[in-house]
Design a protein around this ligand. Structure first.
Ligand code: FAD
Ligand code: DHB
Length: 388
């Protein structure tokens, strides 16, 4: 098989890269080691920055998001026994949209397939080769047969546990990372969310977040120990914890739990995000803790730059934008890292924190609730920094 860009991974990064390339008249093939059903059912992100919503709409894959997504003009912070609203619209004139990542994945897969792009699901034994030359290759097994894609460029969009990043020779990449001493237990529940806006709760039992997927579907998370075994959390115990951490600020309706899982928390960046003709995008190059909801948005920001650089290469034969890909995207990556770390350290309990640390967190929350300058910084980052 031959194509212009071979893409490993059919998550938000890989599918959006293929979509944007298609709009530039550039061919790609996407390979994915999971089934289509699995990719379309994988429950993850839910919050889309305003520029990313515009991108989905402007590139023709935003129709269902426009219909079913829920636009939010603010969030609520709960601390010190009260709710405090941060009004994004008033502060920065922007908002965010709640629309499940798996719905975006469904919309992108449908668009790719209807445009005739090949997505090969359930591939195995994926390896990448000849990254330093002009004709890199992807080898894999599909439907029991060994196969190869010859291409001009490889999009390494295979997430944090993928094979692309580890295929780059030793000594090329520098990793910057931080682990957090907690995780999130998350559920999707067939019940109305407690508020029509997201509530971020600072609580002595630990952080909790009350978000949603629709007026009848709540998405609820709370901070837990990093080695938590989900089997030890009965539905009854989960609801008790969620009630306690919401602290009576709103009534929390219980419902059937449709999905539950534990998310580890990590900050990670690799520099550079490229080697030869392999370009990493999304979680394969960086991971943020979920507080602040930056992961999928960053994946879209990466592939927007990458698709344009590849487009420039085919249009003008200039490789300079591609050579500068890492340099171009890393400033945004690091600002999202900083923001995600900041939200995380502000709202969570840490094992070795002191009484001083708790007082400092409360002072910062109070500052956010009472200072327009502080709230504007939060609003500007949360709704998405401007795209170049
Ligand atoms: P992935 O979604 O991981 O996609 C990679 C794809 O590659 C997968 O389909 C995988 O199966 C495939 N793959 C892996 N290895 C191989 C291989 N060897 N061969 C072929 N295919 C392979 N982000 C936000 O922006 N907003 C949020 O609200 C938000 N909330 C989150 C809440 C939770 C609980 C979690 C876990 C994450 C959240 N995120 C959020 C982060 C977001 O989900 C990720 O950043 C996003 O999925 C990254 O997309 P990606 O395409 O880079 O990687
Ligand atoms: C969601 C997840 C987040 O991590 C966040 O900060 C906001 C919303 C969500 O899944 O809806």
């Amino acid at each position: 098989m031959r194509t212009q860009v071979g893409i490993v991974g059919a998550g938000p990064a890989g599918l959006m890269l293929s979509h944007l390339l298609h709009l530039l008249g550039i061919e790609s093939i996407v390979i994915e080691n999971r089934s289509r059903e699995y990719c379309e059912a994988r429950i993850r992100a839910g919050l889309i920055e305003q520029w990313a919503c515009d991108l989905l709409r402007e590139t023709g894959v935003g129709a269902r998001m426009q219909q079913e997504g829920i636009y939010h003009e603010g969030i609520k912070l709960r601390f010190g026994g009260a709710l405090h609203r941060i009004d994004f619209k008033q502060l920065v004139g922007k908002g965010v949209t709640i629309y499940g990542q798996q719905e975006i994945v469904k919309d992108l897969i449908a668009a790719r397939l209807s445009a005739g792009t090949q997505i090969l699901f359930e591939v195995e034994d994926v390896t990448v080769h000849d990254l330093d030359g002009k004709k890199p290759k992807i080898r894999f097994t599909h439907a029991g047969k060994e196969d190869e894609i010859g291409c001009d460029f490889i999009g390494g969009c295979d997430g944090f546990h993928g094979i692309c990043r580890p295929s780059i020779p030793d000594g090329v990449l520098t990793a910057y990372d931080r682990d957090y001493p907690f995780g999130w237990l998350g559920i999707l529940s067939e019940s109305p969310p407690p508020d029509d806006e997201l509530i971020y709760c600072y609580h002595e039992r630990g952080f909790a977040l009350y978000t949603m997927r629709s007026p009848a579907l709540a998405r609820l998370y709370f901070q837990c120990a990093p080695d938590t075994d989900i089997e030890n959390w009965s539905d009854k115990r989960i609801w008790e914890e969620l009630h306690l951490r919401l602290g009576g600020a709103r009534k929390l309706a219980e419902g059937k739990i449709l999905q539950k899982g534990i998310t580890p928390m990590r900050s990670f960046v690799t520099e550079p995000m490229q080697h030869g003709r392999l370009f990493l995008a999304g979680d394969s190059a960086h991971i943020v803790p979920p507080t602040g909801a930056k992961g999928m948005n960053l994946a879209f920001a990466d592939v927007r730059v990458l698709s344009r650089a590849i487009g420039e290469f085919y249009r003008t034969a200039k490789s300079e934008p591609l050579d500068r890909y890492s340099e171009t995207v890393l400033p945004r990556v690091w600002k999202a890292q900083r923001f995600s770390w900041w939200m995380t350290q502000l709202l969570h309990r840490f094992p070795h924190e002191s009484a001083f640390d708790r007082r400092r967190q409360l002072a910062e929350l109070d500052y956010l609730a009472t200072s327009r300058a502080a709230a504007t910084t939060l609003a500007e980052n949360y709704t998405g920094l401007p795209m170049a």
